[in-house]
Design a protein around this ligand. Structure first.
Ligand SMILES: Nc1ncnc2c1ncn2[C@@H]1O[C@H](COP(=O)(O)OP(=O)(O)O)[C@@H](O)[C@H]1O
Ligand SMILES: [Mg+2]
Length: 346
């Protein structure tokens, strides 16, 4: 096991001890795996590292593919927390895979079907098992394709100030967390870690893609503006399919963010992740009441804890108590099982 991986696991085990419970209690009552399997940061030496996002570590596989390893890092208020959440990366990867499967008739996606364990050295397989994907290396659109079905978060703020969200006018007198008459596409610019993404109008997103992708689109006969229109239609179709399915499992998907990329012919693909707790707001249908701020299905314990801290939402974030880490890990797994009906592969 590479040293960094080992250290991340040890650190988690230390932090994992709930305040009033002894290590003996934990050993007797919790599966050891639950405590130990956390990956804060991957360390794959057999492939060139391209970069680390807030949650994912990205490596090159040849010139046209990527290995994307989803770590157990958690970001809250756009800041990466110092503690990993055991198995979170496995939940995100398997949930995204579940949706990629359901979405394949709507548009092409990044998947190659290549087993991540086959592209790393034997002693690195543990790091990628059940938490990584080998994907086509595509040119990302420089926007987050946000779709909202409910009025919450920055959408609610915008609505209160302007009666509209990202320039889309909405009926008067909608309550906080109200269901919108139709899902709306509200793009945002992609910002570096630590900065908040900024909502933009549809036309601003089009201009942004026109200039950022001019080179990639040169011989395709397509414009960036056209791609944003395609992305909007795809994002609304994907959200609608996901939201309708999730409701049959008792989960409301209030909003979600997709990322799209293009191949060298300018064909739009779904990339990154899809409809995970990290890219979406999940609410429980049974506790949903318009007019209030429904609790987040997965990050509720983390947010509640952070709100009690005297923290200015700038890095570094405070360390999480063991019980918050444990409950959050359980919530992520519950979200996966509840939505997919499958058990997590760990
Ligand atoms: N198929 C792909 N081709 C190229 N880039 C991709 C692909 N899938 C995901 N990415 C990029 O990899 C990064 C994923 O890392 P992540 O931790 O999610 O980053 P972020 O901090 O931007 O959310 C993102 O920048 C995303 O745009
Ligand atoms: Mg991301």
């Amino acid at each position: 096991m590479p040293r960094r991986f080992e250290r991340a696991s040890e650190k988690t085990a230390e932090r994992f001890l709930p305040l009033r419970l002894s290590r003996c209690f934990i050993m007797r009552h919790l599966p050891v795996r639950t405590m130990m399997h956390a990956l804060y940061e991957s360390s794959i030496k057999s492939l060139p590292l391209i970069g680390r996002g807030k949650v994912r570590d990205i490596y090159a596989v040849g010139s046209d593919k990527l290995l994307i390893v989803t770590s157990d890092r958690l970001s809250a208020f756009d800041v990466v927390l110092p503690d990993p959440i055991p198995d979170k990366g496995k939940v995100l990867t398997q949930m995204a895979n579940f949706w990629f499967g359901r979405f394949s008739s709507i548009l092409p996606n990044q998947l190659t079907g290549i087993d991540p364990e086959s592209v790393v050295a034997p002693d690195e397989r543990e790091q990628v098992r059940h938490r990584a994907l080998v994907v086509k290396r595509l040119a990302p659109l420089p926007i987050e394709a946000v779709v909202r079905g409910y009025l919450i978060g920055s959408g609610w703020k915008d609505y209160q100030e302007n009666g509209a969200v990202c320039g889309i006018r909405l009926p008067a007198e909608l309550a906080l967390a109200a269901k919108l008459p139709e899902p709306i596409f509200t793009p945002a610019t992609k910002e570096e870690s630590g900065k908040h993404d900024e909502n933009v109008s549809f036309e601003q997103a089009q201009r942004h893609c026109d200039s950022a992708l001019a080179e990639n689109l040169r011989n395709t006969g397509k414009s960036g503006a056209q791609l944003v229109a395609e992305a909007r239609d795809a994002a609304i179709a994907l959200y609608s399919a996901a939201a309708a399915y999730a409701l049959t499992r008792g989960i409301i998907i209030a909003d979600t963010k997709f990322e799209f990329g293009i191949d060298d012919k300018g064909v739009l693909h779904l990339i990154d992740e899809a409809v995970t707790p990290d890219s979406s707001r999940f609410w429980l249908e049974e506790t949903y009441r318009p007019g209030g701020n429904p609790p987040s299905f997965d990050k509720q314990y983390v947010r509640d804890f952070l709100e009690t801290q005297n923290w200015n939402k700038q890095p570094p974030a405070p360390a999480l108590p063991g019980n918050v880490i444990f409950k959050t890990s359980e919530k992520y797994k519950e979200a996966y099982t509840r939505l997919s009906g499958l058990n997590l592969a760990v």
